[in-house]
Design a protein around this ligand. Structure first.
Ligand code: NAD
Length: 345
């Protein structure tokens, strides 16, 4: 079977991660970049592939089977619409799908109208531990899901905030990082019904928030809470737990706990906690059973899935409509904090 030809729009930080993944796949070939930066031009030259100024230029010059969009978030809408209207039939957009609900809806509608598979790079869902957690909860391993509590707390380095745009709300930890957590919670627990939230600016005094604490209500009546901050050093966060990001230390410490009527589940290094007897209660011994899952490179799995969709061997896993609900929940957190009101989705 012919290789799937992929074009990359935005060959920066995360673009590089997509390139590394594509390079691992026999089924895929990176045929062009679209990126105006000198760094991208040099990267393309070293691979002997063309580098166009933007997505429109790239699609005028060549016809990739799939395009990956990894430009800054505020460009996702424009670049996605350009690709869809330019005839692209398979599109993988970095998260968040767009910067607003309206933009996300427009991408969903444009994709449907043009028959373009629009997928979003919420890569955490590709880890086997995420699928296993969902399977355990759906199968009643902890009884009825009653609650979830989670944390993502670390301190980013000062150089990270040197560019002014990283100090703005749109680049803050809610839209950049909390969206990953809410996407996973939606995937594992089900749809979110309502959120309320408090935001803190105690440390940096930038426009962007330093921390957020949220309360969640799910449609299935489970409730949840989450604390997230980019100013608080701790061993508790997804990347630390799994060692997903090679630039960050691995602690192996779990960051999320699901609680049900018959037990609890630690995540992402799965440990299933149950009392020793089936009608277990607080006076009985309780023990934790580790559940091993494979640790994979989610970016390779994601690129392989994109190829499978192009080859009509798979349906889109995280389609634009699905990802737009993760964006909606994330934007609702800021709205809830700013208004002091519970926001129903
Ligand atoms: N999935 C994840 O875990 C993850 C992690 C990091 C970033 N992201 C997302 O990826 C996106 C990019 O983030 P980044 O950290 O790679 O940013 P970056 O600034 O490192 O890279 C963006 C690239 O886009 C290029 N660009 C700018 N304007 C362009 C245009 N008009 N046409 C084509 N290219 C253009 C820039 O030159 C740069 O190379 C953001 O939306 C971010 O939320 C996702």
């Amino acid at each position: 079977m012919a290789q799937v030809k992929i074009g990359l729009v935005g060959a920066g930080n995360i673009g590089q991660r997509h390139i590394m993944a594509i390079d691992q796949l026999e089924a895929a070939e990176l045929i062009a970049f679209a990126d105006p930066s000198e760094a991208a031009q040099a990267k393309a030259a070293s691979r002997a592939i063309p580098c166009y100024g933007d997505a429109a230029e790239m699609l005028e010059a060549c016809t990739p089977d799939a395009v990956i969009i990894a430009t800054p978030t505020e460009r996702h809408h424009r670049d996605a619409i350009t690709c869809i209207e330019g005839g692209c039939k398979n599109l993988l957009v970095e998260k968040p799908i767009a910067a607003s609900d309206k933009e996300a809806e427009e991408i969903v509608r444009a994709g449907e109208k043009a028959g373009c598979n629009v997928m979003v790079a919420h890569q955490r869902r590709y880890y086997p531990c995420a699928a296993k957690a969902k399977e355990l909860i759906d199968s009643g391993a902890i009884g009825t899901l009653i609650g979830v509590t989670g944390q993502w707390s670390l301190r980013k380095d000062e150089a990270y905030y040197a560019p002014q745009w990283r100090r703005k709300t749109k680049a803050g930890p809610i839209l950049t990082n909390l969206i990953h957590e809410l996407d996973l919670l939606r995937f594992i627990c089900g749809e979110i019904e309502a959120v309320s939230a408090y935001i803190s600016h105690i440390d940096q005094h930038f426009e962007k928030e330093d921390a957020v604490a949220i309360s969640l209500q799910f449609k299935n009546q489970a409730v949840g809470s989450f604390f997230l901050s980019d100013r608080t050093p701790s061993p508790w966060g997804w990347e630390f737990a799994l060692g997903e990001n090679l630039a960050l230390p691995k602690t192996g410490q779990n960051a999320i706990r699901f609680m049900g009527s018959k037990g609890a589940l630690e995540f992402p290094n799965l440990v299933l906690w149950q009392h020793d007897s089936p009608d277990g209660h607080w006076q009985q011994p309780i023990s934790g059973q580790p559940i091993e899952t494979d640790f994979i490179d989610a970016y390779i799995a994601q690129a392989a899935h994109l190829c499978a969709v192009v080859q009509k061997k798979a349906e889109p896993f995280i389609a634009a409509q699905d990802a737009s609900l993760s964006l909606k929940a994330t934007l609702a957190v800021t709205q809830a904090a700013n208004t002091g009101r519970k926001i129903t989705l």
